[in-house]
Design a protein. Structure first.
Length: 194
């Protein structure tokens, strides 16, 4: 089984995340997409970041009706700070029958050469890249790489940062979130002014 790993803080998960993940599930050779919720780095103070399990709950709510989209808390129990190469090694050890690939935006591909042991990742895993609006150039070594697959997913210009700010400003952003995620956020009073 081929699994695409979509890493993020998902603070909160929004329809843009679902559109991209579902597009890749439908238009690539991946069988499932796992939303890997990245834990709060204990060494960084980030008051706008919700608790790990609250963000995981939102991912669960957003994906529960999609058979090919799954939440993952795999990084919650790994040593912090954690690196993608370690998560991949841990998953491969835990699930030797599965083949893991990375899903990333084009903006992340531009800085991929700075990731810890990026060569090891490329040797052992495929990378599926979705388009993002940005200016910087991708390193030429990644342009025609056999392990890097460009996916012509829709360009989504919606961010969790924008959603958090809009909620704080009292804006109605319901259409930007899965219905049950919106209901959970609203009930819990997340991101509203203190």
């Amino acid at each position: 089984m081929k699994i695409g790993l979509y890493f993020g803080s998902f603070n909160p998960i929004h329809v843009g995340h679902l559109i991209i993940a579902n597009y890749i599930a439908e238009y690539s050779d991946l069988d499932q997409i796992w939303f890997v919720v990245t834990p709060h780095n204990p060494f960084k103070k980030k008051s706008s970041l919700l608790d790990n399990y609250q963000r995981l709950e939102m991912v669960y709510l957003a994906t529960k009706d999609y058979t090919r989209l799954k939440p993952s808390d795999i990084e919650f129990n790994l040593p912090q700070p954690n690196y993608t190469v370690n998560t991949l090694a841990h998953l491969q050890e835990k699930h030797p029958e599965k083949e893991f690939s990375l899903i990333m935006g084009e903006d992340n591909l531009k800085s991929f050469h700075k990731w810890k042991n990026y060569q090891v990742i490329l040797e052992n895993h495929h990378i599926y890249v979705y388009p993002r609006v940005s200016d910087n150039k991708v390193e030429t070594q990644f342009n025609n790489h056999e392990k890097i697959h460009r996916v012509n997913a829709p360009i989504i210009q919606l961010s969790s940062t924008f959603i958090r700010q809009a909620i704080k400003d009292g804006k109605n952003i319901q259409p930007m979130l899965p219905k049950n995620v919106w209901e959970y956020l609203d009930k819990m009073n997340f991101y509203k002014k203190p």
